[in-house]
Design a protein around this ligand. Sequence first.
Ligand code: PEP
Ligand code: MN
Length: 337
Amino acid sequence: MIVVIKDRANEESIEKLREYVSKFGIKTVSIVGEKTTIYGLVGDTSVLDMDTILSNEAVDRVIKVQEPYKHSNRKFHPEDTVVDVNGVKIGGRQLCVIAGPCSVESREQILKVAQDISKSGARVLRGGAFKPRTSPYSFQGLKAEGLELMQVPRKQLGIPIVSEITNPATLDIFLENVDIIQVGARNMQNFELLKLLGQINKPVLLKRGFSNTIEELLMSAEYIMNGGNGKVILCERGIRTFEHFTRNTLDISAVPALKRLSHLPVIVDPSHSSGINWLVEPLALAAVAAGAAGVMVEVHNCPSCALCDGPQSLSCGEFDSLMGKLKKVAEAVGRRL
Ligand code: PEP
Ligand code: MN
């Protein structure tokens, strides 16, 4: 429920309203705009007495929010949210391109990829350290050592880094070593993990699960935001469909749909969406044309030697050429790289 406050409402009446709703365990989120101030009420608002609210002197009108997601709802926050990662803004007019290997493999590898992608204009470095692999016999990532190796480019180049968390027990090393914590598709509904990430003050990149709906993705964002962490970046990474030519099917409509429903920035991962190197470029361009705040692309210094996801990885040269094309599409849709 949204309560629109009158222009010159007095503080006393507003306080009375807050007190009344808090008796029912309902939280108030204030959104102070240029023209109006609104209060978003989060919790079971069906127990509230409408007459009590409407008779409050400060209240102009009440709008019911039917959707089950509140904090992430655009009705609660009409402006786009811009997530600031040490000065790198995700969600503004400038696109944010995140690039790097699926997995950190060695000091030389991560440093070389980081140098090349940042020269090409990428603004965040990705690298998996704790890898959630389908097979227990596949490379599982370098774990804490992988995060340590990422500190080399993080410090040398000053580039923020993103890596995936899979286990709540490792939260401390993520807090210390990464700038954005990624929640992967397989953990999108790991609600205990999401609640924990709601308690921190670090951006979270939340990927859509491969069998999850747009509403379920927003409900997962809600778990994080309800804990007090509003720095959530949504990521469409392809969903499972009957089509097996591609690894997943990029749901391009999820980009404008999420942007309509929510104020959170939406990025696209064309690498896991397709699973195929030559499809990454057209999907990345389509994502930007559809309004994505950025893309996250897997890039390797030697894709054929990669320990994980080589077939969908771009070489550093291919990434550089993609950036040139992204720039043109970005400008065509009123954005910049
Ligand atoms: C990844 O980005 O490294 C990853 C494992 O992606 P997803 O969770 O989308 O499969
Ligand atoms: Mn991967």
